[in-house]
Design a protein around this ligand. Structure first.
Ligand code: GLN
Ligand code: ZN
Length: 766
């Protein structure tokens, strides 16, 4: 029989139980014991659900209190010295302090850096290394969870990041430090981890090495064979999992690994699997990730089956079936979405449905397609309806095409625009602003929920939002900020909100996906042609501006971010869908401008993460992404200042593209990475204005004025002080008002201090 397994199940729970448990614990509202109980219950439920679908090997280690890369760092004892770790078993408090900069006890410290997991919207905690670093097995959590599953009677397959992927993702603040030099110290401890699993009677372990889908330097390619030879654990079978892309030049590296099996992503790398099969040793299994773990559309089962039959003929029992990657990137269960349009529903498969698809495919393989004829027929019909609907859309859309210059060019180049904007906005040097959102209080969330459920009428709802806007404007005026925002109280989420208002998008009720820690997002389903039936943000922005003499900045989510943070239709190229979104946003931008809004921010927080994993594909993506941004932005007059914002991105690679977006002002994340980004500006003179985030909004710690002054002075050495803005590194929705007020008061003070110091090059205080 063909073996079914799963690289990982969504850990957050169908109703975000993990989030609720974590947040209660962090607030001190529940005990460590209660938190542990919540974890046990969730794991049990998830194993049960997967076993019920017929999976043969259940994942363990896919559950995490925060992040699985951090789990491995803890297990290896890679704890940076500032956390004052005792050297014993890493306790929950140390663990959360690494993730959040703060635990239940002890002083606040700088959290570890956090960054995007490959090209997903999941964030991992970046391991931190120092030269001469030692490792020691320091967490028994994985072992405990294996025992927990075994006690429930399950056959398990622990999963953990591979040693090379972990090392690749790690970072060191020491210059010229070769991470590979740590392998000698790392591998024995990693080996102990494997031996511990073996001692528990585990037959298979899944070792995730997704970096094999990246461009790797030759030393790293070579390190694979060497490392895995050293990890030979007789009796414990290793399945090395690669996903998110094809192997390409790493194909030999993967095929030559001395391991018992490979898992590969057939959704993104299906073409090369026949070549892999040619290369496999007769004892190796190949797990084919046939069902898309990154998107929500139903699998084309006929096509999948045809493909698998080829593999099955060649591999027999050595063929395993799985989703392409961990299902943590898709929502848990479509059964929770009864309110969705029934037609659209038939196009979809969430985690639970994807496991059903796998079970069906297995049965078709093992017992012949006739054994599941009715099910295959139903799937075929749903696919046919979707195809027919989409084809109609496409025909209607054929008139669009790549936009011409008239749509992508501002009227004048930046220097002239800057003049016009100075007159229109009249801001002081080192102008202060925020990134858009203010705290989402319980009251706002309640009002939004009641309104959506129909228990709060529209008038009352609007008044609640207006009251919140008044509060935000008043607070910003009191703090002395220069360019104000309305605060985004009406938005549950920067992407979902636009998904609710644009045509071609649908939103789910419970389609949660983990973004980082306890943060979850509900990516909209971008299923059809995009349009803007009505203005979206106009009313709120206009209201905010009516309350103050200071300029208010309009706030939109950009086309690339809306695309990258949605589940996107897969029947036309992504660029085409992106340009449709851009056209819709362009109308919104023009409406805001016509209403007297002189600054408009178009957030592109997700531009960087859409970058293809392989460098050869970058330019094509960047070209259309930049074009889409410009289509959205470029319709305005010179005097209208276009802002953009990006966070948690590594910009080094895409600096030229960012400049090509030609936003008048860009605000970016820098504080958590210690203004490392600024080094970049020494080599690349960003032509327009920049606000390097001066404090980390993801931490509850209130930043000190001196700290921010120091950061800004460093920035002023590489960026013309006349073009420097002062702002936090992201939106403030996750924070509470007292923290926000304290932090912004210090930030405004930092700007004032700089103005008073009249840095060389800066214009005198207004
Ligand atoms: N304007 C959004 C906010 O302030 C930006 C959020 C983001 O970049 N992630 O919340
Ligand atoms: Zn941000």
């Amino acid at each position: 029989m063909t073996l079914l397994h799963n690289p990982g199940f969504p850990r957050i729970g169908a109703h975000r139980e993990l989030k609720h448990a974590l947040e209660a614990y962090w607030l001190g509202a529940s005990s460590e014991h209660e938190l542990e109980q919540a974890g046990i219950a969730l794991r049990a439920r998830h194993w049960r659900a997967q076993a019920d679908k017929g999976l043969d090997l259940l994942p363990v280690g896919d559950f995490s209190w925060y992040d699985t890369v951090l789990d491995l760092s803890a297990a290896l004892g890679a704890i940076p010295p500032r956390f004052g770790w005792s050297g014993d078993e890493v306790d929950l408090d140390t663990y959360f302090r690494m993730a959040r900069g703060r635990g239940a006890t002890g002083a606040a410290v700088a959290a570890c850096e956090m960054t995007k997991w490959f090209d997903t919207n999941y964030h991992y905690i970046v391991p931190e290394l120092q030269a001469g670093q030692s490792f020691r097995l320091s967490s028994r959590r994985l072992f405990q969870q294996v025992e927990e599953a075994q006690a429930l009677g399950y056959r398990v397959k622990p999963t953990l990041p591979g040693p090379l992927t972990w090392l690749w993702l790690a970072k060191s603040h020491q210059a010229g430090f070769d991470k590979l030099s740590l392998l000698d110290a790392l591998l024995p401890v990693y080996g102990e981890l494997l031996q511990g699993l073996q001692a528990l009677g585990v037959e298979w372990v899944q070792i995730d090495e997704p970096i094999l889908a990246l461009d790797l330097p030759p030393q790293w390619q070579q390190a694979f064979a060497q490392s895995y030879h050293r990890l030979c654990t007789r009796g414990l079978n290793k399945l090395v999992a690669v996903y998110f892309g094809p192997l390409q030049d790493n194909l030999s590296v993967a095929c030559d690994l001395p391991v018992e099996g490979l898992h590969l992503d057939a959704v993104r790398g299906g073409d090369e699997l026949p070549r892999v099969i040619d290369r496999l040793s007769p004892y190796q299994v190949l797990s084919i990730g046939i069902v898309d773990g990154r998107n929500v559309w139903r699998t084309d089962l006929d096509r999948a089956l045809q493909y698998l039959q080829m593999a099955h003929q060649r591999l027999g029992e050595r063929l395993w079936l799985a989703p392409s990657c961990s299902l943590q990137h898709v929502p848990v269960d479509l059964d929770d979405e009864r309110q969705l349009d029934p037609g659209l529903r038939t196009w979809l498969a969430f985690a639970a449905q994807k496991l059903d698809e796998l079970a069906l495919l297995r049965q078709a393989l093992d017992d012949g397609p006739d054994s599941v004829r009715a099910e295959l027929q139903a799937a075929r019909e749903a696919m046919a309806i979707r195809r027919a609907t989409m084809r109609q859309n496409r025909d209607a859309d054929a008139a669009h095409g790549i936009p011409d210059n008239a749509l992508t060019q501002r009227i004048s180049p930046y220097p002239q625009r800057a003049e016009a904007q100075r007159r229109a906005l009249n801001l002081p040097p080192f102008p202060t602003t925020t990134i858009g959102s203010f705290p989402q209080t319980a009251e706002i969330r309640r009002a939004r929920r009641d309104f959506h459920q129909g228990t709060l009428d529209e008038a009352a709802y609007r008044e609640t939002i207006r009251a919140e806007i008044r509060r935000a404007i008043r607070a910003q005026e009191t703090l002395g900020l220069d360019l104000l925002v309305h605060g985004e109280a009406e938005r549950n989420d920067m992407v979902e909100y636009f998904g609710e208002h644009l045509a071609g998008f649908a939103v789910t009720r419970n389609g949660w996906v983990q973004s980082y820690g306890s943060r979850c997002v509900k990516p909209p389903l971008l299923y059809g042609d995009v349009g803007r039936p009505h203005a979206i943000t106009l009313e709120w922005t206009r209201y905010a501006q009516s309350l103050t003499d200071k300029p208010v900045k309009g706030m939109l989510t950009g086309p690339v971010t809306l695309l990258n943070w949605s589940f996107v239709r897969d029947d036309q190229p992504r660029w085409q869908t992106c340009l449709q979104i851009a056209q819709a946003l362009r109308q919104e931008v023009l409406d805001l401008e016509a209403a007297g809004i002189n600054a408009i921010q178009i957030d592109e927080a997700a531009l960087r993460e859409g970058l293809p994993l392989r460098q050869a594909d970058w330019q094509t993506y960047l070209d259309w992404a930049v074009t889409a941004f410009r289509v959205a932005a470029a319709g305005v007059a010179d005097r209208t200042q276009i802002h953009t914002h990006m966070c948690y991105s590594e910009f080094n690679d895409i600096m030229a593209a960012i400049a090509a977006m030609d936003a008048d002002v860009i605000t970016i994340e820098t504080s958590r990475s210690n203004m490392e980004l600024l080094d970049l500006f020494q080599h690349f003179a960003y032509p327009n204005e920049i606000g390097p985030g001066v404090y980390d909004i993801h931490s509850p710690n209130v930043p000190r004025t001196e700290q921010m002054v120091a950061l800004l002075k460093r920035a002023a050495q590489v960026i013309d002080p006349q073009r420097l803005w002062v702002n936090p590194d992201c939106g403030l929705k996750t924070r509470a008002w007292p923290e926000v007020e304290a932090a912004l008061a210090n930030m405004v003070q930092a700007a004032q201090q700089l103005r008073a110091e009249r840095l060389p090059g800066a214009s005198p205080p207004a």
